[in-house]
Design a protein around this ligand. Structure first.
Ligand code: G3I
Length: 366
């Protein structure tokens, strides 16, 4: 008997759990639960992981949308200037299309993961075509097949102390803050039918950093809307860190209401729970990850117009956080499925946020 059943039987929730478990067996997965509410659930993926049958089956069962965790970034697509390698993204997109999944593009303009030649090219003579030609080539190549793009990623940074709160990235240095408008206009021209998203991190954080990110991201988006820049949505990455900065539901709800007032949709784009620093007891850590996921998503879902919930990975077996965890910490458990593709309390928290049919209440705390 696995830990969940034992604890639930002990907690007297056995009957409810068994009923739910039986019902759970008929649940098609987060994809179906989301679709019943007109929403999308998906996850990021690396194409090399599609080779693992149990993972591929879990993807098909659970995901209604895929996004390349790395393979659609410029250092892979244009490693050689002017030569475009769409193969890695195509591999993932073909899998998604075969299983009638949506696909998100991540990301066209970032300060990280640019090809080695780019910095020199910008310094040699910053023609903004270095930015717009790339966007046009990539977005046009996938026109009609990628329904949503992270056009610009993580442009706000407190440490650079600019009055506009922007990161002093290679893009800002080359073209000034106007590079962001340029990017969105180029993306819209390349495929008028795809959703254009500004993606940012730490917006959910209960911290000074989170306050700065929310304040300056809002100012950025307000300016873009005032200038008529074609932007459709904000991507809130949602890398939750319950043991470092927690969650400020009030500040998050206030921010989201401002986003709604701007007429922007919301996507949760990279949800996971960084759990080092949490209890060593796995069941407790699982439950606390589910609790903060439930709290977070209930704020997001009730205060904004959400299109999609995307987790940054599907199974703990393939989380990016494994490489970042402190050596003394146990393997991270940030995602809805465990390493053997079993559903964890976090799965139920997401399912519950997507519908009223499944409640994590049955995961009784001791
Ligand atoms: O595939 C190669 C492997 O062949 C090689 O042996 C290994 C050597 O280190 O590198 C592997 O590639 C790594 C790749 O992930 C796939 O695992 C890259 O080095 C590594 O840099 C890359 O990291 C990704 C990172 O973005 C940079 O692209 C992470 O997986 C990915 O989770 C992370 O995602 C970012 C979002 O794009 C933006 N928001 C933050 C988020 C987390 O940092």
């Amino acid at each position: 008997m696995n830990w969940t059943r034992r604890r639930l039987l002990a907690a007297g929730a056995g009957a409810a759990f068994l009923r739910a478990r039986a019902a759970d067996a008929s649940v098609h997965g987060l994809r179906k639960i989301a679709e019943q509410r007109g929403l999308v659930y998906g996850c990021s993926v690396h194409s090399r992981n599609l080779e693992h049958q149990d993972f591929a089956e879990a993807l098909v069962r659970e995901a209604g949308c895929l996004v390349a965790e790395t393979e659609s970034k410029r250092h892979i697509i244009e490693a050689v200037r002017g030569s475009f390698n769409f193969g890695p993204t195509e591999r993932l997109l073909t899998f998604a299309e075969k299983h009638r999944m949506h696909f998100r593009g991540h990301t066209l303009v970032w300060h990280e993961r640019n090809p080695n030649w780019l910095q020199d090219a910008l310094e040699a003579g910053p023609s903004d075509r270095i930015l717009t030609d790339y966007i046009q080539a990539v977005v046009q190549h996938f026109r009609g097949r990628i329904g949503s793009w992270d056009v610009v990623n993580e442009a706000v940074l407190p440490e650079d102390q600019r009055s506009d709160g922007l990161r002093n990235s290679l893009w800002t240095k080359a073209f000034g803050p106007g590079y962001i408008d340029l990017a969105f206009h180029a993306a819209r021209a390349a495929d008028p039918g795809t959703q254009l998203v500004y993606n940012e991190t730490h917006l959910e954080a209960a911290s000074d950093r989170g306050n700065f990110k929310r304040q300056h991201t809002l100012r950025l988006l307000e300016g873009m809307k005032a200038r008529g820049v074609p932007i459709d949505a904000i991507g809130i990455q949602s890398h939750l860190r319950p043991y470092e900065w927690g969650l400020d539901e009030k500040a998050l709800a206030h921010f989201l209401r401002e986003i709604v007032d701007l007429g922007l949709r919301v996507l949760v784009t990279e949800l996971d729970v960084r759990d080092w620093g949490g209890p060593l007891d796995l069941a407790k850590r699982y439950q606390e990850a589910a609790d903060i996921t439930q709290r977070y998503l209930s704020v997001v879902m009730t205060t904004s117009r959400v299109d999609a919930i995307v987790t940054w990975g599907l199974s703990d077996r393939y989380t990016w956080l494994t490489r970042w965890k402190p050596t003394s910490s146990p393997d991270p458990a940030p995602l809805p499925l465990d390493r053997n593709m079993n559903r964890k309390p976090m799965w139920y928290a997401i399912a519950n946020a997507l519908s009223s049919d499944v409640s994590p209440a049955m995961w009784q705390r001791d």
